[in-house]
Design a protein. Structure first.
Lengths: 587, 199
């Protein structure tokens, strides 16, 4: 194994390079000055200077999710680390591989309430997959390599390495990454053949089957998504995807029923409720998907494929748990099905598809368009239609109504092109995530479908966008409300719109100007197409402000505490029973 | 007990769990919930800074109950510590606790001793009793019956050392209460499986 003597700070850079990192998102400060000095003296590692540490993590998430690689973050001690906490929690909830390096006060000052000291490992313990405090320079290289291994292995997640300043300024021995895997952290990736056999048995005898694909497919990678599409095609079973799983199956596939869950399509949710065999591929029975758990898909046998054993039987009891990496499990399933000359039960399947066609005919994503006022759905539909010509389109979102409309109406043909904050629901995710995506894919068209409230949470990243001349497009669905908050207040709190109206929004066109970007505005439906065309034609960053209907609500909607078959299709569709007390306490 | 952490969730969660499904020919996960059970979980971990905080933080963060917790290094050569946690919950929650513990990076092994066959569980308590005259003699007599040893004595007090099951310690302490019980210090349960097998 090759070793060399060098400063701790140099080791940090070398370890990043040796781990294949090309870009690190960061913000300097006192405790990490030695690393920034080492960064200055080399040219293999590129640094993107963000304007807030939270944005550094989201940018790294965007980079990681759109490339399948580990995202790297570098922030200083104290406030640098605490600002990163929201991003780390977001990455933990959505299983995004991140290595976040945090500066720390010198080891002899730890515990003294030193300037810019925070108990970073203590604070980040519950919001990381794992974290380290390096107290010996000779352990630094090994720890860095282990951090990358842990971040990307098994169910991916964020890992923090806390680096005291004195360690960075001490000379020690650097070790290159070795191929020996971590001595104990070795998650199971190969499935148990007995479980595969059980799953195949259920699949072969299914009469009303349903695939339920999730974000784990995207995390596993392109191979898993390809195998998944193959399995869906082989079986001819209907397939629904979670918010995080969009793109795992091409949206144009006729077997795709659309998004599932609280704002999913009627056909997806009803199929989930009525199916007899559910094949959950790397989704986690999240509460946004299940609705009321004791009414969740009551008549089905459930297969659950997941790399994380703690996902099994956490929310929903399943019949056949299969632990393993998606690609390995799907490969084994396909091999078994082919070996047993699987032929779908055509008669039953046709009957099931007929039932689904009936639900599809309800056209649950339909909305009443207007020629006076821009409907948010219309703006997103036009954006989708007019970006068909572009080669490579990446969509990020903030959190709220616009996010759900984007998930419903934008069709994703390939994985890793849809980036959204699913588990944590972090407003302010979309703009910095778009920064990360654009850095990873300089030629691609990267659009942040945003809400005017969310984007203000990380609007400072327009400065980063300007600095690196990133042609990111912020497409703001502006209804002047925190739309999803307003919707819940209308449906559940008697229309008392407590603090959900933003009274003093900036003029986004002028704001764009201030950041050296192009500002565009549309206020009438007839202006939408021209705005989008102008936005796409401009080769720099754009803020597009779309003034939309302030009262539009996002449907379909499964009210909290309700079951899938209690889904509301539109404003005329009143819930048969008021939201239960149990439902009211749910988020 | 100081470590009793948000035990309500475990209790109220039980009522809301889905109804047991029809018995499957396929082997499923844990059996249908049959109410709250006590479990002794033994965890082998790397003896490194913060490892106990990770384990305890997992319990508090996810609303699991800790009735007692003990920890000490058990293998100096390999730098391993053994944590024994007495917890309670439905079968589904105990399964979750094991799965969640297993995915912590410094955790080597997690075993539910109560579920995996016969085991020996012991606790040690130091029980301070202050009494004179007949009560003092009675406390000594009871200590003898319980095989507790006096490890400290003054003219008007004893400190008894007693080991045994949690129940045995509870009843000894209850008996001491009217005889002048001053204070109690308990270790919490340590446990090991019976037979030659490891763990």
């Amino acid at each position: 194994m090759a070793t060399a003597q060098m400063l701790g700070a140099e080791m940090v850079i070398k370890a990043l390079v040796d781990q294949g990192v090309e870009v690190v998102f960061g913000y300097p400060g006192g405790a990490v000055l030695p690393i920034y000095d080492a960064l200055f003296k080399q040219n293999r590692l590129k640094h993107i200077l963000v304007r807030h540490e939270q944005a550094a993590v989201h940018a790294a998430e965007g980079y990681a999710r759109s490339t399948g690689r580990v995202g790297a973050v570098l922030v200083t001690s104290g406030p640098g680390a605490t600002n990163a906490v929201t991003g780390l929690t977001d990455a933990l909830m959505d299983s995004v591989p991140i290595v976040c390096l945090t500066g720390q006060v010198p080891t002899h000052l730890i515990g003294n309430d030193a300037f810019q000291e925070a108990d970073t490992t203590g604070i980040t313990r519950p919001c990381t997959k794992h974290n380290y405090l390096v107290k010996d320079v000779n352990e630094l290289a090994r720890t860095m390599h282990e951090a990358f291994y842990v971040a990307r292995t098994g169910r991916p997640g964020p890992v923090v390495v806390d680096l005291p300043k004195d360690i960075l300024m001490t000379v020690g021995t650097y070790r290159e990454p070795d191929d020996h895997a971590h001595r104990r952290y070795q998650p199971r990736t190969q499935p148990d053949p007995a479980r595969i056999a059980e799953a195949v048995e259920l699949i072969m005898n299914a009469k009303k089957p349903l695939f339920y694909g999730g974000g784990g497919l995207i995390n596993s990678g392109l191979k898993a998504c390809k195998l998944f599409a193959e399995l869906v095609q082989l079986t001819g079973f209907p397939c629904t995807l979670t918010l995080m799983g969009l793109g795992a199956l091409p949206a144009s596939d006729p077997r795709f029923l659309g998004l599932v869950g609280m704002h999913g399509t009627y056909e997806s949710n009803l199929a989930m409720h009525d199916c007899d065999v559910m094949i959950n591929v790397c989704a986690r029975f999240d509460d946004r998907v299940t609705g009321r758990v004791n009414a969740f898909s009551p008549g089905s046998k459930k297969i659950h494929i997941d790399i994380d054993p703690s996902s099994i039987n956490k929310n929903i009891r399943v019949d056949v748990p299969v632990i393993g990496d998606a690609a390995a499990v799907l490969e084994a399933l396909l091999a078994q099905l082919k070996a047993r000359r699987f032929k779908p039960d055509k008669a039953h399947l046709a009957k099931w598809w007929k039932e689904i066609a009936g639900w599809r005919a309800r056209q649950s994503l339909r909305y009443d368009n207007s020629n006076k006022i821009i409907k948010p759905q219309y703006a997103i539909e036009r954006l989708y239609a007019l970006t068909r010509g572009a080669k490579d389109v990446y969509i990020t979102t903030e959190v709220g109504q616009h996010q759900m409309w984007a998930a419903q109406l934008f069709k994703f043909e390939q994985p890793m092109h849809w980036l959204t904050s699913g588990g944590l629901g972090t407003m302010g995710y979309g703009l910095p995530a778009a920064v990360g995506v654009q850095v990873a894919h300089p030629e691609a068209l990267v659009i942040d479908i945003a809400g005017e409230a969310s984007i203000l949470m990380n609007i400072q990243e327009m400065s980063t966008i300007a600095q690196y001349r990133l042609p990111v497009k912020a497409f703001i669905i502006n209804n002047q409300y925190m739309g999803m908050v307003r919707q819940w207040q209308e449906l559940m709190h008697g229309g008392r719109y407590s603090e959900s109206y933003t009274a003093a929004l900036p003029d986004f066109v002028k704001l764009a100007d201030a950041f050296g970007a192009r500002g565009l505005r549309a206020t009438k439906p007839g202006e939408v197409d021209d705005l989008i065309k102008e936005m796409l034609a401009y080769d720099g960053p754009v803020i597009a402000d779309i003034a939309v209907d302030q009262t539009e609500n996002c449907f379909p909607m499964i009210p909290s505490g309700a079951a899938h078959n209690e889904i509301l299709l539109g404003p005329a569709d009143k819930a048969t029973t008021p939201v239960s007390e149990e439902g009211m306490v749910l988020v | 007990m100081a470590l009793r952490l948000r035990s309500q969730r475990a209790a109220s969660g039980a009522a809301k769990k889905p109804a047991p499904q029809a018995p499957a020919t396929i082997a499923a996960g844990p059996p249908p919930d049959g109410g709250i059970k006590r479990a002794i979980v033994a965890i082998l971990v790397d003896n490194e800074p913060g490892v106990l905080a990770r384990v305890v933080g997992l319990f508090s963060g996810r609303g699991y109950n800790i009735e007692s917790l003990t920890v000490a290094e058990v293998n100096q050569a390999e730098n391993l510590s053994r944590i024994t946690i007495v917890t309670s919950g439905t079968a589904m929650i105990i399964e979750q606790i094991k799965a969640q513990l297993s995915r912590l990076v410094p955790v080597h092994t997690v075993r539910d001793l109560t579920a995996e066959g016969p085991y020996v569980g012991r606790e040690l308590a130091l029980v301070k009793v202050s009494a004179t005259g007949e009560k003092r003699i009675e406390s000594l007599r009871l200590a003898d019956i319980f095989r507790a040893r006096a490890v400290d004595s003054t003219i008007d007090s004893f400190v008894f050392e007693i080991t045994g099951s949690t129940e045995k310690l509870d009843s000894f302490i209850n008996l001491m209460a009217p005889l002048g019980l001053v204070d109690v210090s308990r270790t919490g349960v340590v446990a090991i499986s019976r037979g030659a097998e490891k763990f």
